[in-house]
Design a protein around this ligand. Structure first.
Ligand code: IMP
Length: 429
């Protein structure tokens, strides 16, 4: 096996950072292929905690090559701050271990401003975005008015494209949103100042990934967000602007779909969601608050409290089918220790009818009533469990129920935030 894609099966925040870090031990390349700094991958290594946003989790393992591929949108100012912050903490990041696509689109200051203006607008529909300018950057990419990192190489090209973009954006800022406009010249100078830091990292990352694959090197594709946030297949319009699904691995990284070998679906032992939108198994009240506190469910990127609820097998099964998930990586099982009873939604009822799929219309999903299967809870510290037999009976029953309702076996179960707090059932690479 030479490659594995890690895909979030829920609404993001499934604990991908830790799993990517674990698997990256044996990988040669770790590739981010979609999303941007809306992602927040938390890794705990010894007494140190790292929150990564654009930089692939592989940077924390010496000797690995990390790739930010062309499907990612990059906020260069934020990326520079992230790299500098990690460097100050002793993480070695340089152009030989971090490769950034010259084709990746840039998140510009006007994208962040537009994201915030829309979210704050009284007329608009609130999505609860991370406010990082992700949506507006992907919009400009599709509209062919975006700036790519490679454009930083040419002063003239930069000036022309910024001028073109800012005329349109300033109209929106002034006429529609009533927020201060930006000056093209200021943006141009700001962009030029990024060149000494960014340019040495830029390269043709698709070629690097293709060559690595051809040589049989081990590649880990690090997905961000989750399937229900997919702009095509998620709970639209309460979604992100990229495709956190397996299909996007090929597109975003520049590797033919037939080269993808293994898909690992990340599933948290319960569900969380940050931002607006329907969430059938949401627990409003004491149990939801308990899970949030026990699981430290506060956004890595925005600090927002996450909405929490029971596991939803309908949602996870949708991801399994859409993404060709081979195995599950079950995370944060330890968080549920102490609850008397555990529930998993096996299907929904919508207007008195049984359904076992996620309806296309968010308003329909909001009306779905989850129907639950239950398992007895478990207690005690499970973080030192190294094999399934080390777990209390209730925890094993819950895992069995998850696998049965989702229909895919687990490859690993995470029982704590540390690297070694993991039960490995199947080895990769
Ligand atoms: P955006 O990606 O910032 O445009 O936000 C769109 C939606 O996706 C909002 O509901 C965000 O809360 C959600 N979202 C974006 N990135 C993540 C993530 O990494 N984890 C969880 N939710 C996310």
């Amino acid at each position: 096996m030479t490659n594995v894609a890690i895909i979030g099966t829920q609404w993001g925040d499934e604990g991908k950072g830790k799993v990517v870090d674990l698997l990256s031990e044996k990988a040669d390349y770790i590739v981010r292929f979609q999303g941007g700094n809306n992602a927040g991958h938390t890794l705990v290594i010894g007494d140190q905690s790292y929150a990564l946003h654009t930089v692939p989790s592989g940077v924390l393992r010496p000797g690995k090559i990390s790739v930010i591929a062309s499907g990612v949108v990059v906020d260069p100012e934020d990326l520079i701050a992230e790299i500098k912050g990690l460097t100050e903490r002793g993480v070695d990041i340089n152009p030989s271990n971090l490769k950034i696509s010259e084709k990746a689109h840039m998140i510009m200051p006007y994208h962040r401003l537009l994201d915030a203006a829309r979210e704050n607008s009284v007329n608009g529909r609130k999505i609860g975005t991370t406010g990082r300018g992700i949506g507006p950057a992907y919009e400009d990419k599709a509209a062919r008015t975006g700036l790519r990192l490679g454009d930083l190489r040419s002063e003239e090209l930069l000036a022309t494209r910024i001028d073109l973009a800012i005329r349109e954006k300033n109209c929106l800022f002034q006429e529609l949103y009533g927020v201060p406009t930006l000056k093209a010249d200021d943006l141009w100078k700001r962009a030029l100042s990024l060149r000494p830091f960014i340019l040495p990292f830029l390269t043709n990352t698709a070629r690097i990934v293709q060559e690595a694959h051809a040589k049989g090197q081990k590649i880990l594709f690090e997905g961000a967000q989750g399937v229900q946030l997919d702009v095509d297949h998620g709970t639209y319009p309460f979604v992100t602007s990229s495709n956190p699904t397996t299909g996007a691995v090929a597109m975003g990284a520049g590797l033919a779909p037939k080269c993808l070998e293994n898909v690992l679906g990340l599933v948290k032992a319960y569900t969380s969601r940050v931002g607006e939108g329907p969430f059938p198994t949401e627990l409003i009240g004491a149990t939801g608050d308990w899970i949030r506190d026990s699981g430290h469910e506060f956004g890595t990127t925005t600090g927002r409290p996450r909405r929490c609820g029971w596991l939803d097998a309908v949602v996870v099964k949708a991801a399994v089918d859409l993404c060709g998930v081979d195995h599950l990586a079950i995370t944060k099982l330890d968080v549920l220790s102490g609850l008397e009873e555990l529930k998993v939604a096996s299907h929904y009822e919508l207007d008195g009818e049984r359904i076992d799929f996620v309806p296309a219309d968010s308003a329909d999903l909001a009306r779905c009533q989850p129907v639950y299967a239950t398992a007895p809870g478990f207690t005690g510290d499970i973080t030192k469990a190294k094999k399934l037999e080390d777990l209390p009976k209730g925890a094993r029953e819950y895992l069995d129920l998850m696998e049965k309702l989702i229909g895919v076996p687990a490859a690993l179960v995470s029982v704590g935030p540390e690297r070694d707090e993991t039960i490995i059932l199947k080895s990769y690479f």
